[in-house]
Design a protein around this ligand. Sequence first.
Ligand SMILES: *[C@@H]1O[C@H](CO)[C@@H](O)[C@H](O)[C@H]1NC(C)=O
Ligand SMILES: *[C@@H]1O[C@H](CO)[C@@H](O)[C@H](O)[C@H]1NC(C)=O
Ligand SMILES: *[C@@H]1O[C@H](CO)[C@@H](O)[C@H](O)[C@H]1NC(C)=O
Ligand SMILES: *[C@@H]1O[C@H](CO)[C@@H](O)[C@H](O)[C@H]1NC(C)=O
Length: 488
Amino acid sequence: MGQISSFLFVFLCLLGHEGLAKGVSGLAVNWGLQSTHPLPPDILVRLLKDNGFNKVKLFEADPGALRALGRSGIQVMVGIPNDMLASLASAVGNAEAWVQQNVSNYISNHGTDIRAVAIGNEPFLKDYKDQFVKTIFPALENIQAALIKAGLGKQVKATIPLNADVYGTDSGLPSGGYFRPELQNLMINIIKFLQDNGGFLTINIYPFLSLQADPNFPKEYAFFNNTASPLVDGSVVYTNVYDANFDTLISALEKIGFGRMPVVIGEVGWPTDGDASANIDNAKRFTQALLDRVIQGQGSPRRRTPPDVYIFSLVDEDHKSTLPGNFERHWGIFKYDGSIKYPLDMGNGRTIVPAKGVKYLAKQWCVMSPSAGVSDPNTLAQSITYACENGDCTSLGYGSSCSNLDAQSNASYAFNTYFQTMNQSKGACSFNNLAVITTVDPSKPPCRFEIMIDTRKQKASPSVYRSSASKIEGVVTALILGIVGLII
Ligand SMILES: *[C@@H]1O[C@H](CO)[C@@H](O)[C@H](O)[C@H]1NC(C)=O
Ligand SMILES: *[C@@H]1O[C@H](CO)[C@@H](O)[C@H](O)[C@H]1NC(C)=O
Ligand SMILES: *[C@@H]1O[C@H](CO)[C@@H](O)[C@H](O)[C@H]1NC(C)=O
Ligand SMILES: *[C@@H]1O[C@H](CO)[C@@H](O)[C@H](O)[C@H]1NC(C)=O
């Protein structure tokens, strides 16, 4: 390195450092609720604050979460599930009731700092077969009207979280970005409406899914790091799919005359289990690089201003649908109990810290009885199936943390996850006398036999958690149209 360039290097580092010292204007994260045993909201709010998160996105207006977030200093984006769109679209009165109960109420009575309403979640996902195409825009119009009527038109902004499959690229390059032709007019109406009302666009980007879905996807390119064979787009060089994907949207926006439309990244993350590419090393590598970009205020080549970036997700959710893959239950940067999966530098000299005050059930596990033998393979198979249907066996599959267990331990794992999910209740470790309770930890690293958290002993929380297994949250089956093809 010559003197001038090393001077430049130091200078840039200082700049970067100053950006850091200016205090990481926003770490943002998604808080999902699809767990059989959700951590109490006050524990999670403390977890957010302890780790420097000052923005959070909820997928629905959960009363416990919204109350606990009151006067926390954390800004909230509250979501509206797709299954409510039809009703909200059908009458402005329904939207007014929603805003009254789920926004105004928390702002006025609980001091919750609600800043945005996310209407629907990836409503144009191809899997939904156009069922929300007719209702999404009227729902947006009605919610916006309701916000204005409630006097919140300025304070609370509207947005629609989109999957990256609403756009593609005709040249295979980000500069060739365009909106799906059948959605183009609707997208123009939505974007114009959002812009007129001071709202923003939200996009979910999943480099993990690019890698997971395509065996030929260049791994380094998923990790901000394909410096060896970058994607060259005119004068711009892309070393990662995250920027390329984001800029495809920006150029699609430019093409329809909305190049300055504010965009927020609503979901991005990396799961730690349930797939060969979903492991601690990959997740740590991706998430740290992502956080570093956020902390340094780094934008993309086409848009230098950094977007808000909501990491997906806060904690693992053991009740999510596994339709897209077993990894769906392992997106958390924390485990189900708020413990740390891997170290992370959160900026400002802060390292990630775990949840405090979490209570667990007794230190005991349910395992296959050593004396059970292999008497009746049918009974055993049925028992495992039953256990896995009601517990969480997503760590047992190929390439996952417990895929190397022998048949006996495999059965034990299934029995234990059922036992723990059932709050270690007496009858939950029987399985036709194939199972017994033990106080010896059967974990075989990296495979952990977990103990469930005790939600009864936690600080009382009045909220009632509904969890609908069918609700698809953050599920992205479709892939970055075109972007996969664009790589190298
Ligand atoms: C408020 O949000 C919750 C959670 O999504 C929903 O069940 C409820 O119906 C909403 N209230 C109104 C008045 O729409
Ligand atoms: C990128 O690759 C280089 C060279 O292989 C490596 O030293 C660096 O740690 C990588 N950075 C990230 C963010 O993965
Ligand atoms: C372990 O259990 C899972 C889930 O039932 C099953 O798919 C897998 O084949 C089993 N593996 C062994 C080694 O028994
Ligand atoms: C486990 O205990 C919690 C807290 O009492 C309760 O809400 C939940 O329904 C229980 N789950 C089962 C499967 O019994």
